[in-house]
Design a protein around this ligand. Structure first.
Ligand SMILES: [Zn+2]
Length: 336
């Protein structure tokens, strides 16, 4: 048998080579681990809108027609970072004050808008060229459509989701309302779109936007859940004008692959709007007997819990007091 010649020097090279391989591989793994650790968003490191400094100046778009401005915004918004969007919001209020009438952040359906002052025929340019429609959550099916349910008008669409599924904005627009709603919607976001319509996203587990956030169609606004008056995780979605609901099917068709835009221009008689503004379950929520308590001097969460035969965790959950242990004098708490 012939053995290959064996040189000690070559062996050293081989060892060195192996060592280098081993180390570089290890170092590579370490770097990857660190990178992936940094990429995990937690409550602490999650980027918050409005926290970065990124000065942006916009050219004056106030002379553009509504149609041209919307086309411009469709191109502009997706590329803007947090600070740019804040600036854009301020600019838009100057350029198009008509887009921000009845701009309330406390009321979902401001009292100040009235259907009797609206024209008989309402006309909306639902989508401009370059704008798109992205259904907020792709459920397998529509659990409930718009229409009568249990003697009430169900004022939107329901689709099943899992708690924590991302919910996105249907169209380009600006967040008008983003908070816990006590009339049944739970964590709720309302977005005002540039076509005059507003969309509502109810029962969210978490809200990730605040009033004034400019969103492009398909951008996240929160996570789906089952907060408020909800029997299980689902998205309750509404289309509104001036606070009055209209059937989402007027502007889009439901399909398993996502919504299909039904019409670019929507013309409806104002009788097609819901006759009253309230939530889908206003009267139900009342009959279910949600109860509130105004905090008096000397009271604590535990004394209130005792008074209403409930527990502190239940009170905290009802009132979204996640990391808060104190209550304010005069604060209205839900106790049931
Ligand atoms: Zn619903």
């Amino acid at each position: 048998m012939v053995f290959p010649s064996f040189h000690p020097q070559k062996c050293h090279f081989l060892l060195l080579f192996l060592l280098v391989l081993l180390f570089s591989g290890h170092a590579g793994l370490l770097a990857q681990d660190q990178a992936s650790e940094e990429m995990v968003w937690t409550e602490d490191n999650m980027p918050r809108r409005g926290t970065t400094v990124e000065p942006v100046e916009f050219e004056d778009l106030s002379s553009l027609s509504v149609s041209a401005l919307r086309k411009q915004l469709a191109k502009l918004i997706p590329d803007l970072q947090i600070e740019g969007r804040r600036t854009l919001f301020e600019q838009l209020k100057e350029w198009r004050p008509d887009w921000f009438e009845h701009w309330e952040d406390e009321e979902l359906f401001p009292d100040s808008t009235r259907s009797d002052t609206m024209p008989q025929t309402l006309r909306f340019v639902v989508l401009e060229d370059g704008e798109q429609l992205v259904y907020p959550w792709h459920g397998e099916e529509l659990t409930w459509g718009y229409g009568p349910r249990n003697g009430h008008l169900h004022k939107g669409w329901d689709t099943h989701l899992e708690v924590g599924d991302t919910v996105v904005s249907l169209m380009n627009g600006v967040v008008r309302y983003a908070k816990f709603n006590h009339s049944g919607y739970g964590n709720c976001v309302m977005v005002r779109h540039f076509n005059g319509l507003e969309t509502l996203y109810g029962h969210l587990d978490r809200i990730d936007v605040q009033q004034g956030d400019v969103l492009a169609a398909g951008e996240p606004l929160g996570l789906g859940g089952s907060t408020g008056k909800s029997s299980g995780p689902h998205l309750h979605f509404e289309v509104r004008y001036g606070g009055y609901a209209l059937d989402p099917a007027l502007i889009m068709e439901w399909s398993a692959e996502g919504p299909k835009s039904k019409t670019r221009i929507l013309e409806i008689d104002k009788s097609q709007l819901s006759t009253e503004k309230g939530g889908e379950s206003t009267s139900q929520a009342q009959s279910v007997g949600s109860k509130t308590h105004r905090v008096r001097s000397g009271e604590t969460l535990s004394s209130i819990a005792r008074k209403y035969k409930t527990t502190i965790p239940k009170l905290k959950k009802l009132n979204r007091l996640k990391n808060v242990d104190y209550i304010r004098l005069g604060q209205r708490l839900r106790v049931k």
